[in-house]
Design a protein around this ligand. Structure first.
Ligand code: ADP
Ligand code: MG
Length: 343
C-alpha cells in the first residue's frame, strides 16, 4: 500500500511514522525543503503545488492520496482526485479554506457558531449592534495559529477595509476550548476520540489534556455535532472539530480541521491507536481499529528556541519528547512537543 501525503510538516511526519509501523509506504509532496515529513517518508517530491508535471510523477507512485495541510490549492487537489482517490474529498477544502463558507456550512446543519458578519459592500456599519464589540477581525483565507486576526473595539476600525476579505466575529468570554477527533472509514463506520481540553497562548495551542473535564451533556453534544458534520460531508479519514464553551456553558463550533490535528498528538501514547494510524487506516481502506483510551495524558507544544532545552535534557519516565527536526527555530514556530501520560 502506497500513501501520498501533500504537505511536509510535523503532521505529515507523524503520519509517516505511523505508516512505518503498519507497513504502509509513504510519498510526501511538499513545497519546502525544510520539511519534517521527508525525514520519515519512503519517497518525496519538493516542488510547488502547481507544478503539475511533478504532481503527475507523485500521483503515479501512490495508491491513495491525503493531505496534512488544508490550504493545498483546490485546483491541485481536484486534479489529483480525477486520477487517484484523495481522502478526505477535496470538496471539504473548498468549504473550509474560507472562514465564511465554513461557518455558513456549520450553521446550515443547525449547529451554532459564534455570531459573525461578512465584511462586504452590503454590510451597513450603522446597523451593527454595539453588543457586537469587542470582536475579532479574521482574514477569510489562509489564517492559522492566530495569524491574520486582530481585535476590533469599535465600528470606526471597519472603515476602509477591503471588501469580501474578512469576517468579523464576536469575541466571546471563553470558559474552555475543546476538540473532538473523529475517524470515518470507507464503509461509513465512524469512531470519535474523547474530547480534548485545549489551552492557547497568543492564539497558538499551548497545552492539550485528555480526556477533557466537561459535563456529560456538553460531551455528548460535542460528539453528536461532530458526527453530524462528518456524515454530512461523507468524509473519509480523520477530522478535528474545535469547539468553544462560553461562560454560560454554551457550546459553539469554532472551526473544522480536515486532517490530523495538533491536539491529537497525545493519542500516540494514550490510546490503543493514534489519530495518525486511524487516518491511514481509513484513507487506505485497511482493517478498522476502534480507538480506546488507555491513559490520561497531557501534551505541551515546544515553540521556537525552547526546543534546545528539550534536545539537551533527559526525558523522564512516562514523558515522550517528539522533535520535528526543523532547522530554523523561529519565534512561535512549532518545533516539537512533549506528552506526559498518567499510568
Ligand atoms: P486559527 O485558524 O488561527 O486557529 P481560530 O479562529 O481557531 O484561528 O482562533 C485561534 C484562537 O483564538 C482560538 O483557539 C481562541 O483561543 C481565540 N479566539 C478565536 N476566535 C475567538 C472568539 N470569537 N472569541 C474568543 N476567542 C477567540
Ligand atoms: Mg483554530
Amino acid at each position: 500500500m502506497k500513501l501520498g501525503i501533500l504537505g511536509g510538516g510535523q503532521l505529515g511526519m507523524m503520519i509517516c511514522q505511523a505508516a512505518q509501523k503498519i507497513q504502509v509506504e509513504t510519498i510526501v509532496y511538499s513545497d519546502t525543503s525544510d520539511s519534517p515529513a521527508i525525514n520519515f517518508s519512503d519517497n518525496h517530491f519538493i516542488s510547488n503545488y502547481d507544478d503539475f508535471g511533478q504532481i503527475d510523477n507523485f500521483i503515479n507512485k501512490c495508491d491513495y492520496v491525503t493531505f496534512e495541510f488544508e490550504n493545498i490549492p483546490f485546483e491541485t487537489l481536484k486534479y489529483i482526485d480525477k486520477k487517484k482517490n484523495v481522502f478526505p474529498s477535496p470538496t471539504i477544502n473548498n468549504i473550509i479554506q474560507d472562514r465564511l463558507t465554513e461557518k455558513e456550512f456549520i450553521n446550515s446543519l443547525d449547529i451554532d457558531t459564534v455570531p459573525f458578519l461578512n465584511i462586504s459592500k452590503s454590510l451597513i456599519l450603522s446597523e451593527i449592534d454595539k453588543e457586537f464589540f469587542p470582536s475579532i477581525l479574521k482574514t477569510r483565507r489562509m489564517g492559522y495559529d492566530g495569524k491574520g486576526q486582530s481585535i476590533i473595539s469599535d465600528k470606526k476600525s471597519l472603515i476602509n477595509l477591503d471588501q469580501d476579505k474578512y469576517i468579523l466575529e464576536k469575541k466571546i468570554k471563553l470558559k474552555q476550548e475543546i476538540s473532538v477527533i473523529t475517524v470515518r472509514y470507507q464503509d461509513e463506520s465512524l469512531f470519535s476520540y474523547l474530547p480534548i481540553d485545549n489551552t492557547h497562548k497568543n492564539q497558538i495551542l499551548f497545552k492539550s489534556v485528555s480526556p477533557a473535564m466537561i459535563d456529560d451533556s456538553l460531551r455528548d453534544k460535542a460528539l453528536l455535532w461532530s458526527k453530524k458534520i462528518i456524515k454530512s460531508l461523507n468524509y473519509i479519514g480523520v477530522i478535528c472539530i474545535e469547539f468553544f464553551i462560553d461562560e454560560n456553558n454554551k457550546l459553539y463550533v469554532n472551526e473544522l480541521a480536515p486532517r490530523v490535528h495538533n491536539s491529537g498528538h497525545l493519542t500516540i501514547e494514550s490510546y490503543n491507536i493514534s489519530q495518525f494510524e486511524s487516518h491511514i487506516r481509513a484513507v487506505c481502506n485497511l482493517t478498522k481499529v476502534k480507538p480506546q483510551i488507555q491513559y490520561q495524558a497531557e501534551m505541551i507544544n515546544i515553540l521556537g528556541s525552547d526546543i534546545s532545552k528539550y534536545r539537551d535534557a533527559q526525558v523522564k519516565n512516562n514523558n515522550f519528547f517528539h522533535d520535528y527536526f526543523k532547522k530554523e527555530p523561529k519565534e512561535g514556530r512549532k518545533m516539537g512537543h512533549l506528552t506526559k501520560i498518567k499510568v
